[in-house]
Design a protein around this ligand. Sequence first.
Ligand code: NAD
Length: 267
Amino acid sequence: MKRKLEGQVAIVTGASSGIGAGVAKALAAEGAAVVVNYSSSPDKAEKVLQEIKAAGGSAITVKADVSSEPEVLAMFAETLKTYGTVDILINNAGLQKDNKFHEMSLDEWNRVIGINLTGQFLCAREAIKEFLRRGVVPEKSKAAGKIICMSSVHEVIPWAGHANYAASKGGVMMLMKSIAQEYAPLKIRVNSIGPGAIRTPINHAAWQTPESYNQLLKLIPSKRIGEAEDIGGAAVWLASDDSDYVNGITLFVDGGMLLYPGFEDNG
Ligand code: NAD
């Protein structure tokens, strides 16, 4: 049986760890050639590359800081040089720089917005240029290209002590919807995934002790933390023709975190 992403090329930003690594491996398992982007950990990116290759997939690693325009342009140039085109962009790279709002420095604000929001703008713009140049290749996909933005439940849930992060994800939501609206007539699909709590380095404090894990579970009706594989499955679906009529949505993968837990036994 033909795999869902056979013959397609995917760039996954921030793919050296956590959700990005999980998504890179899931896309490769469905036949995509994967660009494993990293900004600071070549050894971890190499490990992801080797895992993909050991499973029979194709991948390269490319260093680029997604908040730097020249580095993003160079990443796309290297992708096109190696694989000829790009069909799927997973806009995943992101970070937190938490602080009380009244103590938040402009550097903490700018760094989070620069990577989480401006980084998604730069990568999406370059992907769209290539999708427009190439158009639909029917034997590969019904779409001319697919972009999946890694957002968060915090595109809708306010988050005290994380105003820069929540603002970046709220921005990602409207960036995603605006691009989806602009390019839907040209058969380009743009969607987001909104993870809840996924077990990765970004939030290790929330799951590393039994006490913090039990506290976290109060927010999750499904009563387990999510794993990178949970996001990998969602990314494959959104990148494949199985979701061809889906455009401009956020697919929340959150174990029910958006169901307002706490209300279930409240009267
Ligand atoms: P992570 O820290 O494991 O991964 C983040 C990745 O982004 C790392 O590989 C890091 O090197 C990379 N990165 C950071 N700055 C970069 C830059 N300037 N250029 C390129 N890469 C850069 O954390 P994660 O949980 O896997 O996070 C991935 C995405 O998922 C982020 O956008 C995050 O906001 C989002 N998310 C995570 C959770 C969760 O619970 N883990 C929940 C909601 C959303």
